[in-house]
Design a protein around this ligand. Structure first.
Ligand code: PXL
Length: 282
């Protein structure tokens, strides 16, 4: 009989968009498929995401966050990792508090600063929101911005896709200066037919590219971050985790029907995600 080791437990804090294949509805199945226990704290519930739907409802749950935290503290519930995604300004202080009071020894923080893409902030975010999101990046073990988010976090004008290695590495340096230990910059394209990531531990920047799929799809950042978080908790290094996450995103885009506009069919990649950890017992 094999004696199983205890699974790592991750808490993800990001909204529930009831329809839309993003944030918590992606993180929970994907992190679970990696073989990591996934707890959730949705700080807001939306009818659907804000990326292309005509309208949405938004129920803010900021006032619940402290009550949830108090319960966890009282019961000694602790997490090995915190993975934050799309959140609003009022959620930042409660998150920072939970990351202190509910951290297991050696707990890590993974921040996907989901707030912008293609040069613009998502609807509803004030122009100064990136400076609030930057507070989560301070001391984070891994930050996973796209190029637009990286520019806004570091106080730069968003730059056009396809910026060169010099600009990429200046963004990476800016993110480390915010206090991020490891940076995974997504949406990097040094050649027109390739899309990939720049992964930095503060000493070395390593690039990983896949063939560019001309179809752009909503929710790919959330899928990338969820696979990355699960993989890191299963013991992969940042570069390996990022490469796996990118491969899964490519597979998900290819597995999505062309007339499905609001997300990617990540569900079809769950077997591949699970296979990547087959036999591993970290
Ligand atoms: O996929 C990021 C995301 C998450 N949550 C909500 C969003 C978006 C992007 O538009 O609107 C509510």
């Amino acid at each position: 009989m094999t004696v199983e080791k205890k699974m790592k437990r991750l808490l993800t804090i990001q909204d529930i968009s009831c329809v839309g294949q993003c944030s918590t509805t992606v993180a929970l199945p994907v992190v679970s498929a990696c073989g990591v226990e996934c707890a959730v704290l949705p700080p807001a519930i939306l009818s659907n995401h804000t990326g292309g739907f005509k309208s949405w409802s938004f129920a803010d749950l900021t006032s619940e966050m402290g009550k949830v935290e108090a319960q966890w503290v009282a019961q000694g519930i602790r997490f090995d990792a915190f993975y934050t995604g799309y959140v609003c300004e009022s959620h930042i202080d409660p998150i920072l508090s939970i990351e202190k009071t509910c951290a297991a020894e050696g707990a890590i923080r993974i921040v996907d600063p989901a707030m912008a893409d293609n040069g613009v902030l998502y609807p509803g975010f004030a122009q100064d929101f990136p400076s609030k999101m930057a507070r989560l990046c301070k001391g984070a073990d891994y930050v996973l911005p796209n190029l637009t988010e990286a520019a806004l976090l570091t106080g730069r004008e968003p730059m056009p896709a396809g910026c060169g290695e010099g600009e990429v590495e200046s963004l990476v340096a800016g993110l480390h200066a915010l206090g991020a230990k490891n940076v995974v910059l997504t949406g990097v394209s040094l050649k027109a037919d390739e899309l990939g990531t720049a992964v930095s531990d503060g000493k070395t920047v390593r690039y990983d590219f896949n063939a560019r799929n001309p179809r752009s799809a909503h929710g790919t950042g959330d899928l990338f971050a969820s696979v990355f978080a699960g993989a890191v908790l299963r013991g992969m290094g940042a570069f390996e985790a990022s490469a796996l996450a990118a491969d899964i995103v490519c597979e998900a885009i290819e597995a999505t029907a062309v007339d499905h506009w609001y997300g990617v069919s990540f569900e079809r990649t769950i077997p591949s995600i699970a296979r990547a950890f087959e036999g591993a017992r970290a």
